[in-house]
Ligand binder design. Sequence first.
Ligand code: PLP
Length: 372
Amino acid sequence: MRFETKAIHSGAHPDEATGAIAPPIHLSTTFERTADARPLHGFGYVRDENPTQERLEDALAAIDSGAAALAFGSGMAAATAIVQSLPRGAHVLLPDDSYYGVRVLATDFFESWGLTYDLVAMQDLDAVRRALKQETKLIWTESPSNPLMTIVDLAALASLAHERGALFGVDNTFATPALQRPIELGADLVLHSTTKYLGGHSDVQGGGVAFARRDAFYERVLHTRSTTGGVASPFNSWLVLRGIRSLAARMRVHCENARALAAFLEGNARVGAVHYPGLASHPGHEIAKRQMSDFGGMVSFRVRGGRDAAIAVAGKTNVFIRATSLGGTESLIEHRASSEGPATRTPDDLLRMSVGLEHVDDLIADLEQALR
Ligand SMILES: Cc1ncc(COP(=O)(O)O)c(C=O)c1O
C-alpha cells in the first residue's frame, strides 16, 4: 500500500462491538481479568497498554515503515525514554543544532543518568567519524533541523552508526513520514513530536517512536515507558490518530505554501538568508531531494538589521500568529531565540515560520507588508 492509504487504514478496523468506523476512545484505566488472573482481552492497566493507544501505535509503525511503535505523552517524553533506555556509561552524539529541548535534556540531565554526549555538525560526516567513541551507543539527528533547517545525509549516518555497533535515531518531526521515512534509509528509531504535524491542529500534545525492529531495545523502551509513565492518554492518542488520517493531504498544501513563501523571501531585500531545503541555494538541497519527497512546511529566515528588526517584522504580521510550535492549520511566526530562552544558540535575527494551510496569496501579502 502507498503512504496515503496506509495513513488512512492502519489501526482503523471498525469497532468489533458496534461496527463504528470512527474508533472508540477507551477511557478505562483498568481492565477485567479472568478467574485464573489473566487479562481477559490482553489489556491490564492504562500505563502499560490501552486499546486506543494501541491503534495509534499500529498507525505510527505503518506510516514510518517500522515493525513497532510506542506512543508517548509528548515528544520530550519519547526522547527521554529513548536515552533512559541506553546502558549506563553510554555516549550519545547529538547534532549541534538539535531541537532546544533535546539539548537541554543532555546538558541538564545526562550526567546524573550516567550518560555522556558530544554535539557535532552532522552535515560533516568526517566530524561525525572523529566524534565517535568506543562507548557511542546512539547517533541522534534531525533533518531538517529545528530551527536552522540543516539537512544531514541519513543513509550515510546510518552506515556510520552501524559500523560502530551504535543505534541511529532520527527526529522526523519537521519532515513527517509523509515526506521522509528514515527507517527505509537505515534508521533504527524515528521520533515524532506528534504535537506537531501528526496531530495537525494545535490541540494535542503527544510523542511517538517507530522502531525498525521489535527487538530488545524496543522492549527496553516499552519497559521505561511503563515504569516512568510517559504514556499518551487515550483521548490524546485518539486525536493524533485522527490527525494522521489527513496528514498526506495537509502536507501537500504545507509544502506548496512554504515553497512559495521561501521564494518570495529570497527575493526580498530586507531578508539576509532564507533557510528552506527546497531552495536550490540551500546547502543540503541535493541530499534533501534524494531523501525527501518534498521539503516541508517549515521555513526560517534572517532579517537584516539584527534582533530588534526581526522582532519588529514578527510584530507586524496580521495573518501569521506570533506563537511557538508548528504543524497546525494556521501559520505561525516566532522570534526563535526569544522562545528558546537564555541557553539559545539560535541567531538573534532569525524568525521561524510554520506555514499553514491558508491561501498563499494572503500569506505572501502579510509578510510583504510586515517587511516593508
Ligand atoms: C523537532 C522537535 N522535536 C521534539 C520536540 C518536542 O516535542 P513536544 O513539545 O511534543 O515534547 C519538538 C517540539 O517543539 C520539536 O520541534
